[in-house]
Ligand binder design. Structure first.
Ligand SMILES: Nc1ncnc2c1ncn2[C@@H]1O[C@H](COP(=O)(O)OP(=O)(O)O)[C@@H](O)[C@H]1O
Ligand SMILES: [Mg+2]
Length: 335
């Protein structure tokens, strides 16, 4: 394997959202600061969105590690549940038994638990990853949970992480009441060219447990050009580039290795993943496919020479992507 050849202790570009590899690009840093501050301030509702592969789950896991011991967390990462199932899942996460209880009993027990935690000065968080998959009915359930409060504070704080479709859902008329509750909203950005280079070096340093500048400047530029700064794609590309370099016993990874890796991934994608209809759908499909388990890379931009005309793999311009602080809370809409 290339790890021994390049003096690495482990593969630096694994696709698991491992907080050990966390790199705080400006958008991630600010998101984390907003999250920690929002939690500290007792905000009832926080939403973080970002395209596939921009680091939402990594951020979630980092957050979990940074929470104090006075905090209990119900972490839901598979939110394709009905309202009832969601309630049960939350309670199980918080250590309660739910079997044989009616809906009314469940609610009463959860309420009692939350009041008890409040009295003991403990904080309770509900964190939902992939929240774009929540149905309107389940989102409504979550809104009802956010109704639980004492005269001075919320009994449970809710954090939603999701793809941009979550933003679209929240904008719908149907979910107006929920939207008005969200006091902190943040959109994760892709990495700039200099952040991409720093990100790659950072992961290499952790993989090697020391300085490790394996990628030439040209290679780093190529990584950014091909990945558009989406961390998941950067990982995929860098992993394959190392393999390409290793095959040639190259001591340094150059732009040509990155191009070769991109071609190979595109070929793999063609063979494995590319349904014709998805080809036609353009950038949205590109982002979707990029997240698929087999992990292939963005479509149009991958063919050398077409990159400048291709739509971005991820559309997250800085103006569109900084959505900190949602709409003002409307006191008349508390129900
Ligand atoms: N800020 C970051 N620091 C280190 N690695 C990151 C960061 N953001 C994303 N990654 C890496 O990119 C990949 C995709 O990240 P993930 O958190 O799963 O994205 P998302 O949940 O938004 O789809 C993972 O391998 C993860 O380790
Ligand atoms: Mg994720």
């Amino acid at each position: 394997m290339y790890t021994a050849f390049y003096g690495l202790r482990e593969k630096p570009f694994s696709l698991t959202p491992d907080p050990r590899f966390l790199f705080l690009a400006s958008s991630h840093r600010e998101a984390l600061a907003h999250l920690l501050y929002g939690i500290e301030q007792g905000e009832g509702f926080i939403a973080v969105t970002g395209e596939v592969g921009t680091g939402k789950t990594t951020l979630c896991r980092t957050l979990l590690e940074r929470l104090g011991s006075d905090t209990d967390v119900a972490f839901i990462f598979n939110p394709t549940l009905t309202g009832d199932e969601l309630l049960r899942a939350i309670m199980v996460e918080l250590g309660m038994l739910t079997t044989g209880l009616s809906r009314a009993q469940l609610s009463a027990q959860l309420n009692e638990y939350l009041l008890d935690q409040k009295q003991r000065n403990r904080r309770v968080l509900l964190i939902v990853d992939e929240a774009q998959n929540l149905s309107s009915q389940t989102l409504e359930e979550i809104r009802l949970l956010s109704n639980l409060e004492t005269s001075t504070s919320k009994l449970i704080q809710i954090l939603l992480f999701g793809q941009p479709e979550l933003d679209d859902k929240l904008e719908s008329q149907e979910l107006r009441q929920l939207r008005q509750r969200i006091s902190v909203r943040w959109r994760l950005d892709t990495l700039s060219a200099s952040e991409t280079a720093a990100y790659v070096r950072h992961r290499l340093r952790i993989g090697a447990e020391g300085e490790c500048d394996l990628f030439s400047d040209g290679a780093l530029r190529e990584v950014h050009r091909r990945s558009r700064g989406v961390p998941r794609l950067v990982n995929l590309l860098c992993d394959r580039s190392l393999l390409a370099g290793y095959a040639e016993e190259a001591r340094e990874i150059g732009a040509e290795h990155v191009s070769e890796a991109a071609r190979e991934i595109l070929g793999m994608r063609r063979r494995k993943l590319l349904g014709k209809s998805l080809w036609r759908r353009g950038a949205a499909a590109v982002a979707l496919l990029a997240g698929a388990a087999a992990g292939a890379l963005a479509v149009q931009g991958w063919r050398s020479g077409e990159v400048s005309q291709a739509p971005p793999a991820v559309s997250a311009g800085p103006s569109a992507s900084r959505a900190a602080t949602g709409e003002a809370e409307s006191p008349g809409d508390a129900g």
